[in-house]
Ligand binder design. Structure first.
Ligand SMILES: [Zn+2]
Ligand SMILES: [Zn+2]
Length: 289
């Protein structure tokens, strides 16, 4: 009789696992940010890499580098990490394969040991991307392609993947879009995602409201649509952009949309490195210039 009961239990368990009940529960449990630890703080360094993107997020001693600027910015990233003695990175995110995002990650990989590396693609035909992959391989790290809705903790902060469209032929549209929740404050990182991706994120029903928005695609008018901005409703926006760039970034339309929405804007071309520090309730900014 006992043997039959054991068989029935095994079959029930098998079907539960097969239809993913356990996995859903685990993911939902993570959707609520963990309680802030005593004295918890988050620091986001929007590193000035000219017409490119790089941001270092540190929360309660855990760290994540999101993009690394152009190949020529490898030294900048190396020096920045060295200055903070940040020789271990829990996460590295390459939002998409364009050089102005992946290029300088090789500089980071020369200085720091990386635990987990996220990217929407595992191959891309460019020297910058090949070097990125080689540098990761030298550390024994494979690229992880995240799923939309994945979440993980960074100290007391919760990081959620809002978009990652690996199959898209336009590299900008593959961009990994991240939301970071820290207490009552939140930060959005949008890579070079454009308005179609913004719409898809809204259609998927994600909460996008954020204290600080890293403006998509260096302030190009192809990003930061009205509805997106209305839903994000940020207090602050950061634009990573190079002085006198040939694209005319940031575009006037985007600056006026941000101004209409009453958003305080910080630009790396005007301020250099921009550091935002938050305690879970409020955030403050310090800039190099
Ligand atoms: Zn870019
Ligand atoms: Zn791009």
């Amino acid at each position: 009789m006992d043997a039959i009961w054991e068989i029935i239990q095994t079959i029930v368990l098998f079907f539960l696992l097969l239809f993913g009940g356990g996995e859903d529960t685990a993911q939902q449990a993570l959707v609520t940010p963990p309680p802030l630890s005593e004295g918890s703080y988050i620091q986001v360094h929007y590193i000035d890499v000219g017409q490119a993107d790089a941001a270092l997020v540190i929360c309660d001693g855990e760290s994540m580098l999101i993009d690394g600027g152009n190949v020529g910015d490898s030294d900048v990233i190396y020096t920045y990490l060295d200055k903070l003695s940040m020789d271990e990175l829990d996460y590295m995110v390459c939002t998409h394969a364009h050089e102005d995002h992946v290029g300088g990650l090789s500089g980071a990989l020369t200085y720091a040991a990386v635990e987990t590396a996220f990217c929407p693609v595992t191959d891309y035909d460019s020297k910058a991307f090949t070097n990125f992959k080689t540098n990761l391989a030298n550390q024994g790290v494979d690229i992880t392609v995240p799923d939309v809705g994945d979440s993980f903790t960074l100290g007391s902060a919760l990081v959620t993947v809002l978009s990652c469209d690996s199959e898209n032929e336009d590299p900008n549209a593959t961009s990994i879009v991240l939301r970071i929740d820290h207490g009552e404050t939140s930060f959005l990182f949008t890579g070079d995602a454009e308005q179609q991706t913004e719409q898809e994120i809204l259609d998927a029903g994600f909460d996008v409201s954020a204290t600080v928005l890293k403006v998509g695609h260096h302030g190009s008018s192809t990003s930061t649509g009205y509805q997106w901005l209305y839903e994000v409703d940020p207090d602050y926006a950061v634009i990573s952009v190079g002085k006198g760039n040939s694209y005319g970034h940031p575009h006037e339309e985007v600056l006026s949309r941000l101004s209409d929405a009453g958003v305080t804007v910080y630009r790396t071309d005007q301020r250099g490195d921009i550091v935002c520090t938050g305690n879970g309730t409020t955030v403050s900014f310090a800039t190099a210039k």
